[in-house]
Design a binder for this molecule. Structure first.
Ligand code: NAP
Length: 240
C-alpha cells in the first residue's frame, strides 16, 4: 500500500484529499494544527481505512520534522507528499505588518521547504516519490489586497519547477496545483457579491469544490511522467 502525507488536512481541500486517497487504498497521514475536533471527526469518518492524524504546525521546522518522522514510524515510507496547509488574508499591501508578512511566508512557503526537505531524506534513497504543492491562481497572476498571499504562492511555483529539475534524476516528480476559487472556509468571509462576480467571470460559471482539487492531486500521485508542471483547475478563470 502506498502512503500519502497531507499537510493541513483537517479542513477544506486537504480534508477531501484525505477522503479520496483513503478510499483509493492509500495509507493516509492527516496533519492538522488548530482544528483537532475536525481532525478527530475525519478520523472517525474514515475509521474503516488506514488513516492516522498528527498535530503539527508545519511552519515550525521542529514540528514539521516530527510530522515526517511520525509518518515514517507508522508506515515506513512516504510515497506522496501533498503540501496543502495554508492561510490567507485580505489586506492592503501598505497596511501589512512585518509579523503578518512573515507569518504568511512561514505558513504557506517555508512549511513546504521544511516538510519537503525532511521527506526527501526518505524519498531519495527509495528513488521514488510524488510531491504535490498546492499553490493558487493568485500565485500565477497576482491578486491585489493579497500581495503576501500571492507572493507565497508564486514562491511555491518557483520551488516546484526548480525541485522538479533537481529531483528528476532521483525519479521524484514535483508538481503544483493552482486551484481557482474553491468553496472552503478560506473564502467564507469574502463578501457574497464578490464570490458571485468571480463565479460569473468564470467560463464554466461555477465555483470549484475540494473534490475538484483532490481528483487532480490523485491523478498527479498516480502519474509517472508529469513533473515541474503547474496544473490549474479553475473553471477557465485563468487561461494562460
Ligand atoms: P481551509 O479550509 O482554510 O483549510 C486550511 C487547512 O490548512 C486547515 O486544515 C488548517 O488546519 C491547515 N493549516 C493552516 N495553517 C497550518 C499550519 N501552520 N500547520 C498545519 N496546518 C495548517 O483552506 P483550503 O481552501 O482548504 O486551502 C487549502 C490550500 O489550498 C491552501 O494552501 C490554500 O492557499 C489553497 N488554495 C485555496 C483556494 C480556495 O479558494 N479555497 C484557492 C487556491 C488555493 P487547522 O485548522 O487544523 O489549523
Amino acid at each position: 500500500m502506498k502512503t500519502v502525507l497531507i499537510t493541513g488536512a483537517s479542513r477544506g481541500i486537504g480534508r477531501e484529499c484525505a477522503r479520496l486517497f483513503a478510499k483509493n487504498n492509500y495509507n493516509v497521514v492527516i496533519n492538522y494544527n488548530k482544528s483537532e475536533d475536525k481532525a478527530k471527526e475525519l478520523l472517525e469518518e474514515l475509521k474503516d481505512y488506514s488513516v492516522r492524524i498528527f498535530k503539527a504546525d508545519v511552519s515550525n521546522r521542529f514540528e514539521a520534522n516530527s510530522l515526517v518522522n511520525f509518518t515514517i514510524g507508522e508506515f515506513e515510507k512516504i510515497d506522496v507528499l501533498i503540501n496543502n496547509a495554508g492561510i490567507s488574508q485580505n489586506k492592503l499591501f501598505t497596511d501589512i505588518t512585518d509579523e503578518e508578512w512573515h507569518n504568511m511566508i512561514n505558513v504557506n512557503l517555508n512549511s513546504v521547504f521544511f516538510v519537503t526537505q525532511k521527506s526527501l531524506q526518505y524519498m531519495i534513497p527509495e528513488m521514488s516519490g510524488k510531491i504535490i504543492n498546492i499553490s493558487s491562481i493568485w500565485g500565477m497572476v497576482g491578486a491585489s489586497f493579497e500581495v503576501h498571499y500571492s507572493t507565497s504562492k508564486a514562491g511555491i511555483i518557483g520551488m516546484t519547477k526548480s525541485l522538479a529539475k533537481e529531483l528528476g534524476p532521483s525519479n521524484i516528480c514535483v508538481n503544483a496545483i493552482c486551484p481557482g476559487v474553491i468553496d472552503t472556509d478560506m473564502i467564507k468571509d469574502i463578501d457574497k457579491d464578490i464570490i458571485e462576480n468571480l463565479r460569473e467571470e468564470t467560463p464554466l460559471m461555477k465555483i470549484g469544490t475540494p473534490y475538484d482539487i483532490a481528483k487532480c492531486a490523485l491523478f498527479l500521485a498516480e502519474d509517472n511522467f508529469i513533473t515541474g508542471q503547474v496544473i490549474s483547475p479553475n473553471g477557465g478563470f485563468v487561461i494562460n
